[in-house]
Design a binder for this molecule. Structure first.
Ligand SMILES: O=C(O)CCC(=O)C(=O)O
Ligand SMILES: [Fe+2]
Length: 261
């Protein structure tokens, strides 16, 4: 009897042990599964962080912007936002025209001169309105400011440049590049960020790069001397439309209204 009991006891001990082993295995399997799920989640988080860091790096590569003067998402209205800069000496090598030659230099942006709808429809009187806001901002006699050439429509995408003129991304001074310019204005017809990426306008100041983000209907204007050295970031995606409307103080360089499409 005693022997039988012992055997039974030994038998039940064995089942207990088996159960424990099974439970242990199940626990180990469970924790291995949890561990692998955890590491997959961690890997995904790390990958998305890497992706975000790379995106930030790539978007910052081209411009090294140190300050955004006007964000694409902002609305500058009703008054232009004006940033004054000291006038360069560039104008001294040209004939001075009182009431026009820049004495007050700077750059300014407004979203209230042209509405988004008008920008898309391109009304003919846009030029007069831009001329009026330039004259008002820089204390000029509007009758002394003349439209000059080149005043042009630009369409930029990420395809390779065919001629040197297509290389819009080089830093330049409009007065040096175009000669007759005293005031440059840009009317943007598409939105940075949603219609295209890259393509921000950059003022390259000695102490940093300041950008104006294009937005349909936005007019950005500035005195054309070396106080406003600038460039356009390369467009990385989409199509960027803008019109450069330029003004001169020299009646000899005046042109009549271009026919806008
Ligand atoms: O399209 C722009 O934002 C600037 C173009 C420009 O710099 C120019 O036309 O001289
Ligand atoms: Fe320019």
């Amino acid at each position: 009897m005693a022997l039988v009991r012992q055997r039974t006891a030994q038998g039940s001990n064995a089942t207990e042990i088996e159960k424990k082993i099974k439970r242990g295995n199940a626990l180990r399997q469970g924790s291995a599964w949890r561990w692998s799920r955890g590491s997959v989640a961690l890997l995904l988080v790390a990958l998305s962080l890497c992706g975000a860091a790379m995106w930030l790096y790539v978007t910052s590569l081209d411009s090294e912007v140190t300050e955004t003067l006007v964000r694409g998402s902002e609305l500058v209205s009703p008054q232009p936002r004006v940033y004054s800069v000291e006038c360069s000496e560039d104008y001294e090598s040209y004939k001075r025209y009182p009431g026009c030659t820049p004495q007050k230099c700077g750059r300014a942006v407004t979203d209230s001169v042209v509405t988004r709808e008008e920008a898309q429809a391109l009304r003919r009187d846009v030029r007069e309105r831009i001329q009026a806001v330039i004259a008002e901002t820089f204390d000029l006699d509007p009758a002394m400011v003349y439209l000059t050439k080149p005043t042009f429509f630009s369409r930029i995408n990420s395809t390779a440049a065919k001629t040197q003129h297509d290389e819009y991304w080089h830093p330049h001074i409009d007065k040096v590049t175009y000669g007759s310019f005293d005031y440059t204005s840009l009317l943007y017809l598409s939105d940075y960020g949603s219609d295209f990426t890259g393509g921000r306008f950059i003022f390259m100041d000695q102490n940093g790069n300041r950008t104006v983000e294009p937005r349909a209907g936005r007019v950005s204007f500035f005195t054309s001397g070396s106080e406003n050295l600038h460039r356009v970031e390369r467009v990385t995606w989409g199509t960027r439309y803008a019109i450069t409307v330029s003004f001169t103080c020299d009646p000899a360089h005046a042109i009549s209204d271009p026919t806008l499409p």
